[in-house]
Design a protein around this ligand. Structure first.
Ligand SMILES: [Fe+2]
Length: 175
């Protein structure tokens, strides 16, 4: 007999058990989805902090356009981070999101915080958004393989908007 709600999974240093979920997906599928959603949460929280650093410190002729643009990136990402965390919990998991956990698990490169020039920030954020997108596509593939259309839809929404954001940045860099 299956022990209801007890199926161990791990998220970087945490061994934990799953809670009951309204999802009909099997426990093993949910455990895998929770793990990949937590990876995207870590990347997303890291990226959010990096975007804010760029928003605060940017200087140069493009300040007036880029300072508010970066804020729109941050606002949209905060909403997505919340949705990713809540999807992990909906599937019966725990959402790991402290600064220390994020620092230990994010796949993104650290942001050089002394950067000031406007176009340097554009390049740095483009690279990091592209790294974030790579992870989101990997997690979407996991969702597709496991038949979780809802996680796939969530990630597709994220990918669509952040590919657009990356296009804004790459278009700003084009000469
Ligand atoms: Fe601000």
């Amino acid at each position: 007999m299956r022990d209801e709600g007890i199926h161990p999974y791990r998220v970087h240093g945490h061994h934990t058990s799953m809670y009951k979920s309204p999802s009909p997906l099997p426990d093993a599928a949910r455990a895998t989805l929770i793990e990949t959603l937590n990876a995207r949460l870590a990347d997303g929280l890291d990226l959010h902090s990096q975007i804010k650093v760029a928003h605060w410190n940017i200087k140069g002729p493009q300040f007036a356009a880029l300072h508010p643009l970066f804020e729109t990136f941050a606002v949209s990402l905060a909403t997505f981070n919340d949705a990713v965390a809540e999807r992990a919990v909906t599937l019966g998991g725990v959402a790991y999101g402290t600064a220390r956990h994020v620092a230990a698990t994010s796949k993104l490169a650290e942001y050089p915080q002394d950067t000031s020039r406007d176009m340097d920030h554009v390049r740095l954020l483009a690279e990091r958004i592209e790294a974030y997108l790579g992870g989101a596509r990997e997690s979407r593939t996991v969702g597709e393989r496991l038949g979780d259309t809802d996680t796939v839809d969530l990630l597709t929404g994220i990918i669509t908007l952040f590919e657009k954001h990356a296009w804004f940045l790459r278009a700003s860099l084009a000469v």
